[in-house]
Write a protein that binds this ligand. Sequence first.
Ligand SMILES: [Zn+2]
Length: 231
Amino acid sequence: MSLFQTETARCPYCSGTIAFEVVYSVNADRRPDLREQILDGSFQRESCAGCGKAMRMQPNFAYVDAGRGQWILVEPASGLATWPELEMAARETFAIGYGEGASRLARDIGRTLVPRVTFGWAALREKLVCQAAGLDDVTLECTKMLMLRGLGEVPLADGVDLRLVEATANELTFVWLRSSDEVVAETLTVPRKLYAGVASEPAAWAELRGPLAAGLYVDMNRLLVPAEGEA
Ligand SMILES: [Zn+2]
């Protein structure tokens, strides 16, 4: 089921109030239109009646798409600093919904789902683009690490992430963006062969694949963003 609740938010531009149907849960099997809205960037975006400017709620909901085998706990971009705790919480939430204690039907569905946790809209959208393009997300993160090695100057900064935005038969397009407001700093297109090369040499990438796939947070940030308290 997809769940919404009406809440009001303060407009950051004119201090007026904006009514939001805030989402708590998205079932993409029953509401494919919501998946489309996530992909086109319109989901949870509203315009202020006072000043007309648009704002977007940071995401905080559970996303399930049984048809595509995806379950994602979507956290706000600001949650990244505490990713180890939120990863643990995601694991527990998934276990409650689809694990030992769940109904047989839920357990059967759970076995077909790949659980993940993401932070911010762009990271969620990336998981959907990745799945739709038939890409493995661990291999994709390794590919990003390879790209980082090849780039001289990268806009690496707190809250700036490299996200896959489009995949064609021959090319992968990434953007560097600020995850809190999705402002894009730079766009990069690489041949899809770069990904295929990483995919064809799992042994060469084992040292990175292991840590990247160690939990539900499959993102190169788990190697780059130290857990709070360890920094
Ligand atoms: Zn306003």
